[in-house]
Design a protein around this ligand. Structure first.
Ligand code: GTP
Length: 564
């Protein structure tokens, strides 16, 4: 497969079809623009002016690297995303949305939602709401009908999923009790530890209570997970009643001034009376601030039905949706709130302890529409990247001094961000990725790492040394067990990246969206121009000039390809 620069891939997906991009020039939902900016800056600790950089060039360039050896095409709610895309495509060339021309797109939307296992009444209400709004839309100058429909669908999806983030409720005094319930194997025990890990990051002290007395292995599992996240686990064996264990555990937590206790309960294969009675008793004994039902996203609308049933039976405060990293079709995420009236508070997106996060309806809608979830991505990136590193990196990018040490640091940061599937799903247009393509990308990272490790510290710091010396590149190839061609490619990529980063920085600093579009257009047309054409040659020579400008003291490595 021919390697296509990521920026080009991104530009395809950042076309004006993205309502948030055209609306405010960022990936954030316009509604939440204020919150999003605050978010970015509060998380980074960088100045507000750094936020656009983090939202744009940082994410692209990290992914530029991951995707350098080939394009990873879009699968997270993949089928739903493509189904919806088919709907917009039907409106291409139309001047205005009318009752007649939205019939077919609405049929596509309906079909896509049903195939994603969204519950039928929810689909009906959704389609009706979108249709009513679509035909009521007047002609907005510069916004095409397909874009208008995307925007309406985005807003209705956000509404469907509850609109705002539903925050966890904490007790005003004494320990906050969070009771977790759910069927067998949905991920309850894992969620206990993940939740403790998440709350610890918010500065809360936690204790886990092992009240699943029917599966002794569950107690051991919780103890192990507790050790992993460094949170105490209260256990009392399997001979004591669960409500009794929970009460004792709560007393213990009070003595220790613990902020939050999280109670693991027994799962069943299906809802039964004994389970419900036990949960009711636990609720009476603990008076929890949160009673959350853990449901598996892969079960689609069944998850929504379970939330409804548990709520009617024992009264719950919300749901935690797990396994969103799997091939969930989206039905659960879209149906739970509307069917049960209860919000999804958190989502699990992997097996690692850090793979639990708040449920943001607007970000989820963005992912469903193939617009990615850049804010979650940036947050993850910031979690694994020290602030000083981010600042240092920013300086280097601005002065076009980005070297192989930075390259390695960022590559490793990406690796620490979690499973590739999960991370890739957050990038606009990167929703549909096959496992084989992810393996390919991971392999590429390893190859790059091996080559960089074979460089001397001086070479890593001054990539020009490698650009100028075929002998050095040969040595790196031999020491890393890779081919000379692979080393040449890596060195060339670093210089290309410097140029691209500099261009992006210029655009970001100027802050003008038309400029960004121009750049994307330019990248797009470069990709389209066949090799060897005058246009491509012209661009290449311009790119060489840009490089020469970006490194004043060194000879341009534009010629190094010829030397090697
Ligand atoms: N991929 C993925 N796997 C998950 C997620 N959450 C949990 N799992 C996995 O699901 C499996 C079952 O998780 P458990 O925590 O044991 O489930 P449980 O609900 O406590 O099961 P019972 O105690 O039998 O009721 C484990 O292999 C977990 O690693 C998630 O968000 N994504």
């Amino acid at each position: 497969m021919e390697a296509i620069p990521f920026s080009t891939v991104a530009s395809r997906h950042l076309s004006p079809t993205s309502p948030s991009l055209s609306a405010n020039g960022s990936f954030c939902n316009p509604r939440n623009a204020r919150t999003s900016t605050k978010f970015c800056s509060s998380l980074t600790g960088l100045s507000l002016s750094s936020a656009p950089y983090l939202r744009n060039s940082f994410t692209r360039e990290i992914w530029g690297r991951v995707n350098m050896h080939g394009v990873v095409r879009a699968e997270m709610f993949g089928q739903l995303t493509s189904g919806l895309e088919a709907a917009w495509n039907k409106l291409k060339g139309e001047e205005v949305l009318t009752k007649e021309n939205i019939v077919e797109p609405m049929r596509d939307i309906r079909r896509a939602l049903l195939e994603a296992d969204v519950s039928l009444p929810v689909v009906r209400r959704f389609v009706q709401a979108v249709s009513e709004r679509a035909v009521g839309v007047g002609l907005i100058r510069g916004v095409k009908p397909d874009q208008q429909l995307v925007k309406i669908v985005h807003e209705e999806l956000v509404k469907l999923m509850g609109g705002e983030v539903s925050e966890l409720v904490f007790a005003k005094s004494g320990p906050t009790v969070i009771l977790l319930a759910g069927l067998q194997g949905v991920g309850k025990t894992t969620v206990c530890a993940k939740l403790a890990f998440y709350l610890k990051k918010l500065g809360k002290s936690c204790m886990l209570i092992a009240a699943d007395v029917y599966r002794p292995a569950a107690i051991d599992q919780l103890v192990i997970l507790g050790e992993q996240v460094d949170v105490p686990v209260y256990t009392a064996g399997t001979e004591v009643k669960p409500s009794q264990i929970a009460r004792q555990g709560l007393e213990e937590a009070k003595k220790k001034n613990t902020d939050v206790v999280i109670v693991d309960t027994a799962g069943r294969l299906q809802i039964d009376k004994a389970m419900m009675d036990e949960l009711k008793e636990m609720k009476r004994a603990l008076n929890p601030s949160e009673a959350l039902l853990v449901v598996d996203a892969m079960t689609g609308q069944e998850a929504a039905a379970l939330v409804t049933a548990f709520n009617l039976e024992i009264g719950i405060t919300g749901a935690i949706l797990t396994k969103l990293d799997g091939d969930s079709r989206g039905g659960a995420a879209l149906s739970v709130r509307e069917v049960s009236g209860k919000p999804i508070k958190l989502v699990g997106r992997g097996e690692r302890m850090e793979d639990l996060e708040p449920f943001y309806p607007d970000r989820m809608a963005g992912r469903i529409l193939g617009m990615g979830d850049v804010l979650s991505f940036v947050e993850k990136a910031q979690e694994v990247m020290r602030q000083e590193d981010a600042e240092e990196l920013q300086k280097k990018i601005m002065s076009a001094k980005f070297d192989f040490n930075d390259f390695l640091k960022q590559t490793r940061a990406v690796a620490r961000m979690g499973s590739m599937t999960r991370v890739i799903g957050m990038i606009p247009g990167m929703g549909k990725v096959t496992p084989a393509q992810i393996r390919e990308a991971e392999k590429s990272l390893k190859i790059m790492e091996a080559m960089i490790e074979a460089m001397t510290p001086e070479e890593r710091e001054k990539p020009e040394l490698l650009a100028e010396s075929p002998m050095r590149r040969k040595r790196v190839a031999e020491d890393s067990g890779k081919t000379e061609q692979q080393v040449n490619q890596l060195v060339a990529q670093l210089f290309q990246m410097r140029v691209r980063m500099k261009n992006l920085m210029g655009v970001m600093e100027g802050g003008s969206i038309p400029a960004l579009r121009n750049l994307e257009e330019a990248l797009k047309s470069e990709q389209k121009a066949p090799p060897g054409t005058a246009r491509r040659r012209k661009r290449r020579s311009e790119s060489g000039r840009q490089f020469a400008n970006s490194t004043s003291t060194r000879p341009s490595p534009a010629g190094f390809e010829a030397k090697s």
